[in-house]
Design a binder for this molecule. Sequence first.
Ligand code: BJW
Length: 290
Amino acid sequence: DVPTPSNDMAAFRAVLASSRRIIAIAGAGLSAASGIPTFRGAGGMWRKYDALSLATPAAFRDSPSRVWQFYHYRRETALKAEPNAAHFALAEFTIPTIREQIAPGSTFTLITQNVDSLSPTALDAVLARTVATMSDDEKHATLIEMHGRIFDVACTEYGCKRRDDIRDSPLCPALAGTEELVAAGANEPDIPLDELPRCKACGALARPGVVWFGEIPHRVDEILTLVDQADLCLVVGTSSVVHPAARFAKQVKEHGGRVAVFNVDRTKRDTDADFLFLGPCETTLTKTLA
Ligand code: BJW
C-alpha cells in the first residue's frame, strides 16, 4: 500500500522551485556515464577480488600492496574520466547565481559518496564558462565529498595528519603498470612496504584518502544538520545500501520533506520516493534544467 511515486517532471520542477533547503545525495551511478564502474550489480569493479572486501582497514593491514594496486587501478581510471551531463546539472544547482530552477535564497547542497572528484571538476568547469563566481569556502559549503577523495594520499601514522592531493601517474614507480594486471585479473606482485606510497611529512606508510567500512565519513555533523533541515532530497545513482547515506532520504521523508529518486533501476529508497525518475541520471537530471 505504498503509493506509486510520480514521474511527472513538471510537478517535480514546481517542488524544486518552492523548496528552501535542498540536498542531493549521490552515488556511483552519477559517474557511470563517465566510465567509472559502480560497486554493485553488473560491471563489477575488479574481477579477481571483490571491491568491497578491499574497502576496509583490515584489508589494508592484511595487504597494503594489494589494496594500493586496487586503488592505483582506480586512480588511473579516474584520472582519465571527465564529468558527464549529470555532474554538470548538479553543479549548476550548486551555483546560486545561475540556477533559475531554484528560488533565490534557497540552499542546495550536493553530498556525494563518490571519491572520483568529478563533481568538483564539473563545478569548476561550469564556473569557468559562466560569469558566476564562488569562493573556496562557498564551494566547500555546497559540495560535500563524504567518502573522501581517491587522489588524496593520507598518512597512516597516528598523530600525523598529513594528507596530500596527488594526481601523479603512477603515484610511485612500483605501482607503474600494475593497473593492467588488475584489469586482467592476474596475480598481483607483492610490493615491499618501502616501495609503496609514503607520507611526505614523516615518511610513514601512506594510504588512500578514502573512507572505508567501519570508518566515520567526513563532515557527518554538518551532513546530519542538512538532512534534518532539508525539505527536498534528490537521491541520484546510489543503491542506498551503505550507511549513513542510505538513511538520509528516509530521514527527510520522516520530517515531512519530499524525496526524488534518479536511478536506472528500482532501489530500496523507492518506498520513500514522492518522485521516481527511472533511467540514466545523465538524461533525467538534465531534464530538470529544461
Ligand atoms: C545509475 C546509473 C545511471 C547505474 N544513472 N543510476 C548494519 C546497519 C547499518 C550500518 C551498518 C551495518 N553494518 C555495517 C554498517 C556500517 C557500514 C555499512 O553501511 N555497511 C552496509 C554494507 C550494511 N557503513 C560504514 O561503515 C560507514 N561508516 C559508518 O557508518 O560510520 C559510523 C557513523 C556514521 C555516521 C555518524 C557517526 C558514525 C562508512 C562507509 C564507507 C563506504 N566506503 C565505500 C568505499 C569508498 C572508497 C572507495 O571508493 O573505494 O564507499 S563502499 C562503496 O559503497 C563506496 C560508495 O560510496 C558506497 C555506496 O555505493 P553506491 O554509490 O550506492 O554505489 P552502488 O554501486 O551500490 O550503486 C550504484 C547505483 O547506481 C545503483 O543503484 C545503480 O542502479 C545506479 N546506476 N548507473 C542512474 N547512469
